[in-house]
Design a protein. Structure first.
Length: 132
């Protein structure tokens, strides 16, 4: 039988360095997932939408509160959106790298879009643009 929903297999980009990821992201912030706020479909996979408590914006403009973001699903995973668990499913302080789509923000990649980030930990990239 053929699946009833169309699922797309995405070969996600792997960023070699946090600086490369920061440079490509439309939005980078430090925040903490507060709660799941619904679901949406990304490439035919169910994806969780979260409300985040934003602590610090390092790049871009998240817009007015509350800040909502989609946790990008893995794809290529036999219909399972988060085979290793949803990265935003942990209620902890995180460094969020995000991209913008017409429906709002989503984590940049499933594996690297939401990274645990403890208080006092130095930023793994240079947040200011070089001058000259």
């Amino acid at each position: 039988l053929l699946p009833t929903t169309s699922e797309t297999c995405v070969d996600w980009l792997h960023f070699e360095t946090p600086q490369a990821q920061f440079d490509q992201a439309a939005l980078v912030l430090i925040g903490k997932p507060v709660r799941v706020d619904g679901e949406t479909l990304i490439y035919g996979y169910k994806a969780n939408v979260y409300v985040l408590e934003v602590e610090t914006v390092l790049k871009g403009d998240p817009g007015p509160a509350p800040f909502r973001i989609v946790s990008t699903p893995v794809t290529c995973s036999a219909g399972v959106s988060y085979p290793d668990g949803d990265p935003l499913g942990r209620s902890q302080r995180m460094l969020i790298y995000a991209g913008k789509q017409e429906n709002g923000w989503l984590t940049q990649t499933p594996a690297q879009g939401a990274v645990p980030f403890d208080v006092g930990e130095p930023l793994p990239f240079r947040a200011s643009a070089p001058t000259g």
